[in-house]
Design a binder for this molecule. Structure first.
Ligand SMILES: [Zn+2]
Ligand SMILES: [Zn+2]
Ligand SMILES: [Zn+2]
Length: 138
């Protein structure tokens, strides 16, 4: 169980007003402790309307609570940020992994090696590795 006060603390630390919708969604992320797609959230919070859900996820991504993970499934996928992310400093250089078997997307600890392309200004890099996750291998 994730405590209400912990969720409130995270929202406040990221300069977000505490609303029931935000508490529910962040609480769900913390209790699942994995990445969730827009579809996962829509299925879970079926009473809430899509616009509210969408706005909440946007606020979370802007303020460094969640980061958006590139995915070709057609649904945006979100992962929890580390404590170090804020609305000012919200940079991700870790790799992601997508499992061909179960479809889960994971945040990996490993960082993307820095790449320099002469003449180009690179602002961010995304890298999604694909294969079979450790649960499916076992
Ligand atoms: Zn972040
Ligand atoms: Zn898997
Ligand atoms: Zn991630």
């Amino acid at each position: 169980m994730v405590s209400y006060s912990k969720i409130k603390k995270i929202l406040k630390a990221h300069k977000l007003r505490v609303t029931d919708g935000r508490v529910d969604i962040l609480g769900y992320f913390l209790s699942q402790n994995r990445t969730l797609s827009f579809k996962d959230l829509e299925d879970k919070f079926d009473e809430s309307d899509r616009v509210t859900l969408y706005r909440t996820l946007n606020a979370f991504t802007e303020n460094g609570v969640l980061h958006k993970i590139p995915d070709d499934s057609g649904f945006a996928t979100y992962g929890l940020c580390h404590d170090t992310c804020s609305s000012d400093d919200h940079v991700h250089d870790h790799m992601h992994f997508k499992c061909d078997e179960c479809g889960i997307i994971e945040c990996l600890e490993q960082n993307i090696p820095s790449v320099k392309v002469p003449g180009y200004q690179i602002k961010e890099a995304t890298l999604v590795l694909k294969g079979i996750c450790k649960n499916c291998v076992a």
